[in-house]
Design a protein around this ligand. Structure first.
Ligand code: ADE
Length: 291
């Protein structure tokens, strides 16, 4: 069972997850989703979650304190103060989305005298914390596959001009596996759509989620030799004057496979030459090279 927590100022947005394959996966006990309202962790009458950007500029930035109260609760962490004199850790914590920094040194004691930087007993089950962000590395099928093996995901949806950069920085310093991803080179109004996209890409890889597991194996972007998929046809063989390629009707599986593979390579070369550039040459056979 994969646990999924989502924090948003529009948690109702995720009501759709009760529908379709995702709804069925919840009913089957493959996933358990909880959407939380960030405003539940505010204390002021206006339930405000944002403030003006330091240094000036348009829009509003989501405040670290509100997010931290919420995330501390969901992660089971007590508040602490990051020791910024330890520059090695901070550089790592500030680094890419892929590497979780080791827990920060400079622990302070909490009320009952225990070291609050000690990993909690269930730290192995601690969620991977994911923030959608248009200025982050691109989310890929590789990331979806990796995250489909996590037991617990916690998504934080930003709004407005984004969230205070110290939020991911702080949780990395606590040893949390924090990821920031963009879903594409365009800007959305908030992280909710991006979270839905990532969530679907991740959860459909869970064993038992899809009706037919084979449909995942042959898809575009899957595997180390990722190509765009060949085109698909169904019956009838001729429709409005347009014919299905003859080879697909031949019943010769070898020829069908070759035709599809050639088409996948040709289409990838034309539409996404960047993917061809990243192909592992060893994965290409002689016939591939001719294509
Ligand atoms: N928030 C706004 N735009 C986004 C994008 N392209 N990817 C992820 N999160 C976003």
């Amino acid at each position: 069972m994969m646990k999924i927590d989502i924090v948003s100022v529009f948690p109702e947005y995720f009501d759709v997850l009760n529908l379709s394959l995702f709804g069925k996966a919840q009913a089957k006990g493959l996933v358990e989703v909880r959407a939380h309202n960030l405003r539940d962790w505010t204390h002021d009458v206006h339930h405000s979650v944002d403030d003006t950007p330091v240094g000036g500029g348009a829009g509003m930035v989501m405040k670290p304190a509100v997010w931290a109260e919420c995330l501390d609760d969901l992660l089971g962490l007590a508040p602490t103060v990051v020791d910024t004199t330890d520059t090695t850790d901070m550089a790592a914590a500030d680094d890419t989305a892929d590497d979780a920094a080791p827990a920060a040194s400079g622990a302070i004691a909490d009320d009952d005298g225990t070291d609050i930087n000690d990993a909690p007993a269930d730290s192995a089950d601690r969620p991977v914390l994911i923030f959608p962000n248009p200025s982050a590395p691109l989310f890929t099928q590789h990331d979806a596959t990796e995250l489909s093996h996590a037991g617990h995901l916690l998504f934080g949806c930003g709004r407005y001009e984004g969230y205070d950069a110290r939020i991911p920085q702080y949780y990395r310093a606590q040893g949390v596996d924090v990821r920031e991803y963009s879903i594409g080179d365009y800007v959305l109004n908030g992280g909710e759509v991006a979270v839905s996209v990532m969530l679907e890409a991740i959860t459909r890889l869970l064993p038992g989620f899809m009706g037919n597991a084979d449909s995942i194996v042959e898809e575009s972007y899957t595997g180390e030799n990722a190509l765009l998929e060949h085109r698909q046809y169904t019956k009838p063989a001729e429709w409005r004057g347009l014919k299905v390629p003859d080879i697909l009707l031949s019943g010769d599986h070898g020829k069908v496979d070759r035709f599809r593979r050639d088409e996948a390579i040709a289409r990838t070369n034309e539409i996404r030459p960047d993917l061809i550039g990243r192909l592992d040459c060893k994965a290409l056979d002689k016939a591939d090279r001719k294509t």
